[in-house]
Design a protein around this ligand. Structure first.
Ligand code: DGJ
Length: 523
């Protein structure tokens, strides 16, 4: 008996799932979960929804959304009601519920910072500013933000996150339901660009740290000399990032899950002033290098993209996808245009994950909010194709064609073919066909090149055509075979061949969506 249980025990140890991790493939990152590339089709609950009584509705709605991952907060004020005394009932309910509903979890640590303020710090911290100092603004007045220059603050947060990670290790190292931990939430300070406490002023008066200056390839000097007009913001970013780094590293020492930091962006925010229009010290676009230098324990700097226009949305994606940073979008809008923007994130910027914020609604028995219907359609269509999408992303062979106002046909270029995707009815016009756009601007497609003559076409409300590249010897194209089908466990299943009216004018993606495998030949 003893031998048998020892054997079983060693077998289960042997079978332990690997830790999730971000791995670099050339210029691109993949997120491995259970050792396989994983695309986070996420959904974030409202801030006050990670409570057992709220979760039933959320799980149901996450399933209706066809999400594979739920993002939910862990509240410092709840798990550490008195210094050093921890309780994890809310965390346990999250992990249990996610498992029961076949979902993965990303936990969001609402610790020292939440949206650039300290609101989730426990009451015993809020009430003792002598021991847990707040930042002082330029006039020397305390603000509602804990100081990143206080070791006491940092150690308190560090010990709490470490306790959480220790607990997760105990309850989840076999299942790996939790795949990523976000450390803090939109860290940085509102109300002041930096701390003006005596200690902070002393540090600001001295030289910028040599390690930082060196990593940035800059010449040594004071903060002002090294960073000019951005000096105070860079100072804040360095100290916030260093603080977060220590918290994250302590958590990883307990249980080394990948860790992220999310960002309240500056883009499209009024005058784009730190401490006013966005929290100062966060990993905004002009502070990414500082954060990368000061917070190596953080795997992903992740933009919360609420930018409403597609040009801005794409610019943010481009800024956060770097050779040293995977693109992962932990919060974004839920409405129709964001369902389109998801296609840019996946197709043009190799996103490893994407999640609308506040998907759950509390009303008893409520179904998924209608505003999310297009995101749900995306997840339903693209979820089963995720492995193929990830493979195409890694090969640099995936592109997006997305409809926007007055942008009703999109030219994409591949190795041997060019492709034009039309949205809405077309009519002849000077210079070619003009597409009038779809009724509700729902056109969106991903086009991936499998081999030189074979493409994947996935999406909604579009007509996709191809032509041999300019200058090719064979100037004409015809479809060799167009399959409509679906993926099941990574295997392609052909449901029917499209031909005749369904391909005469190009391949059609209907409003309800389709995944097509298109084989071309030129002649
Ligand atoms: C961004 C924050 O990270 C979320 O927790 C939430 O407050 C949303 N903003 C609300 O839009």
């Amino acid at each position: 008996m003893k031998v048998l249980s020892a054997l079983l025990c060693s077998a289960s140890l042997f079978a332990a799932k690997p830790l999730p991790e971000f791995v670099q493939r050339g210029q691109h990152y993949q997120f491995l979960v259970d050792g396989r590339p994983y695309l986070v089709l996420g959904a974030q609950v409202h801030n006050s929804s990670a409570w057992p009584g709220e979760l039933e509705a959320a799980w149901k709605q996450a399933r209706q959304l066809h999400a594979n991952t739920v993002e939910a907060p862990v509240y410092w004020e709840e798990i550490e009601p008195a210094p050093g005394r921890f309780r994890f009932t809310t965390v346990d309910a999250l992990v249990e519920g996610a498992r029961q509903h076949g979902l993965r979890l990303i936990l969001l640590w609402f610790g020292t910072w939440k949206n650039g303020v300290m609101d989730y710090a426990p009451a015993w911290i809020k009430q003792d500013p002598q021991k847990y100092p707040r930042m002082l603004d330029r006039a020397g007045r305390p603000v509602r933000v804990l100081s990143p220059h206080s070791e006491t603050n940092r150690n308190a947060d560090r010990d709490a996150l470490a306790a959480l990670m220790r607990h997760l290790k105990q309850i989840d190292s076999e299942d790996r339901t939790v795949i990523l931990v976000q450390v803090e939430n939109e860290p940085g300070s509102l109300f002041t660009v930096r701390d003006y406490s005596e200690e902070a002023n002393r540090l600001y008066g001295g030289p910028a740290p040599a390690t930082l200056v060196e990593k940035l390839g800059k010449r040594p000097g004071t903060w002002q000399e090294v960073f000019g007009v951005e000096a105070e913001e860079a100072f804040a970013a360095y100290y916030v990032a260093s603080y977060v780094n220590e918290v994250a590293a302590a958590g990883k020492r307990e249980y080394p899950l990948p860790m992220s930091v999310n960002v309240w962006l500056k883009e499209r925010k009024e005058y784009m002033r730190p401490g006013e229009n966005y929290p100062s010290g966060g990993a905004v676009t002009n502070m990414l290098d500082v954060w990368k230098a000061a917070a190596p324990a953080i795997d992903v700097l992740a933009p919360d993209i609420y930018v409403m226009d597609y040009v801005g949305y794409r610019e943010v994606c481009a800024a956060y996808r770097r050779p040293d940073n995977p693109l992962f979008i932990p919060e974004t809008g839920a409405g129709g245009q964001f369902a389109r923007y998801m296609f840019y994130a996946l197709g043009d910027y190799g996103a490893a994950g994407w999640a609308p914020f506040g998907f759950n609604s509390r009303r008893a028995g409520a179904d998924l909010d209608r505003r999310l219907e297009h995101v749900a359609a995306n997840y339903r269509l693209l979820g089963p194709a995720a492995q193929k999408i990830i493979e195409l992303q890694a090969a640099g062979a995936l592109k997006a064609a997305v409809e926007e106002e007055q942008l009703t046909n999109v030219l994409l270029e591949f190795d041997r073919y060019d492709s034009v995707t039309y949205f809405g009815a077309t009519r002849p016009s000077y210079g070619g066909w003009y597409a009038a756009g779809t009724e509700n601007r729902t056109g969106r497609a991903l086009i991936g090149q499998e081999t030189q003559d074979e493409f994947w076409v996935m999406g909604f409300d579009a007509r996709v055509t191809f032509r041999p590249k300019r200058g090719a010897k064979k100037e004409n194209v015809q479809f060799l075979e167009v399959e409509q089908g679906r993926f099941e466990d990574g295997r392609w299943i052909r449901e029917r061949l499209l031909n005749g009216d369904q391909t005469f004018f190009g391949v059609l993606l209907p409003p309800e969506g389709a995944v097509l495998r298109v084989k071309l030949m030129s002649y």
